[in-house]
Design a protein around this ligand. Structure first.
Ligand code: PLP
Length: 383
């Protein structure tokens, strides 16, 4: 068998910028979770968000960022948090780290992210059942597609419940011209090895002002009080990003736009090739698209759904056997055994996506020829 085509492998810049920033960290002995690369990476992320208000703290992962975001909006043991069910487990697991209770909410059919209608229904129902408002809402821009932020932020303001934006997948996506990672009370990014850019492992929290950023840094560095000795008045975490990893991040910022353009190009090619009538005559094949011009997805992963007549599991196995890494769309959290007792507000959208959809290789190493080969393999398996 020839080469394997992966969903989204990290790619370092051709200029070697990452190595230069990492070398600088070594040369100056800044190898701890603080230093010039961390500061500069945060500043570059703030510039990227194009807002004078947003302040960014670089952390060890997006999961850590979501955990801190929950603590910063005051989530306490026993509180309920509304979570998008159609996502990776890292969107909701931090709710459990806080001793709080996730309540899952299904998606809308357009964005595949949290349905505003169901969100409002869930809020009212939780108030009726528990006598208390949910403490926070976690909304995801899944696969890079922005959520319906206008409707969600309107509900968040009306009920005065803070939203946390999980923009792990959505660096370089925009909603109504505003970058993902700048919605809600707090937002989070992932720089894991398979994301739009990487720091090997890493993440960031986007804060509304510097005071909250400083609080996030305080909590992420073991909550050390300002004293000569080690003084702790609250529980902290070891969640800060290392200066070595931040060096990789600074190098990756030089190719961010290139990566975004590439993901969008790959998506365009899938859309063109999979709309071929050989295939559309056979089954209802749809590549996810921006629902309206308000949405500008980075298409971190191109995703496709098939008609019920296609056995997606068999297709997934056939493609993997042909050297192509494909995965089913996320299995919703309300169907995961670990969350079987959590309340859920459902409309069937996420379960249907899980049963009919696949993620396709989309990263910076995927060539046009790879996309043609993948589409040919899909056709062979179906037509
Ligand atoms: C939607 C979503 N949220 C959160 C995460 C967690 O990111 P990290 O691996 O940086 O903790 C991921 C990672 O894949 C993700 O896809």
């Amino acid at each position: 068998m020839g080469k394997r085509i992966y969903l989204c492998l990290a790619k370092m810049s051709e200029s070697g910028a990452e190595q230069r920033f990492v070398q600088e960290a070594f040369d100056t002995n800044w190898v701890a979770p603080l230093g010039p690369n961390v500061n500069a990476f945060e500043e570059e992320l703030e510039n990227f968000l194009n807002s004078t208000l947003k302040k960014v703290a670089a952390l060890s992962s997006c999961t850590a960022a979501i955990h801190l975001a929950l603590l910063l909006v005051g989530v306490k043991p026993g509180d309920e948090v509304l979570c998008q069910t159609f996502s990776f487990c890292a969107s909701s697991n931090p709710v459990i780290y806080c001793g709080a209770k996730p309540v899952f909410v299904d998606s809308d059919a357009e964005t595949w992210n949290m349905s505003p209608e169901l969100l409002e229904e869930a809020i009212n129902d939780r108030i009726a059942i528990t006598g208390r408002k949910p403490k926070a809402i976690i909304v995801v821009d899944l696969y890079g597609m922005p959520a319906n932020w206008q409707a969600i932020e309107e509900i968040s303001h009306r009920y005065e419940i803070p939203v946390i934006e999980d923009a792990a997948n959505a660096m370089g996506s925009f909603y109504k011209g505003k970058p993902c990672g700048s919605f809600g009370a707090l937002a989070t990014f992932s720089f894991n090895g398979n994301k739009m850019i990487t720091t090997s492992g890493g993440g960031a929290i986007v804060c509304p002002d510097d005071a909250i950023k400083q609080r996030a840094i305080f909590l992420s560095t073991q909550a050390r009080e300002n004293a000569l000795h080690y003084q702790h008045e609250v529980i902290g975490y070891n969640y800060r990003m290392s200066n070595v990893c931040a060096g990789i991040g600074r190098g990756q910022m030089t190719v961010l736009q290139e990566h975004i353009d590439h993901h969008k190009h790959v998506h365009e090619l899938y859309t063109e090739l999979l709309s071929n009538t050989d295939l559309t005559d056979k089954t209802d094949v749809r590549v996810q698209a921006n629902p309206t011009e308000d949405y500008d997805s980075n298409f971190w992963l191109s995703t496709v759904t098939f008609g019920k007549d296609v056995d997606v599991t068999a297709l997934c196995k056939a493609l993997n056997a042909a050297g192509i890494e494909v995965r089913p769309l996320w299995k919703p959290m309300h169907l995961q055994p670990v969350y079987k007792d959590a309340p859920a507000y459902l409309n069937g959208v996420s379960e249907n996506l899980f049963n009919t959809g696949l993620c396709l290789p989309s990263g910076p190493w995927v060539t046009d020829d790879d996309v043609r080969y993948i589409v040919d393999c899909i056709k062979k398996a179906i037509v």
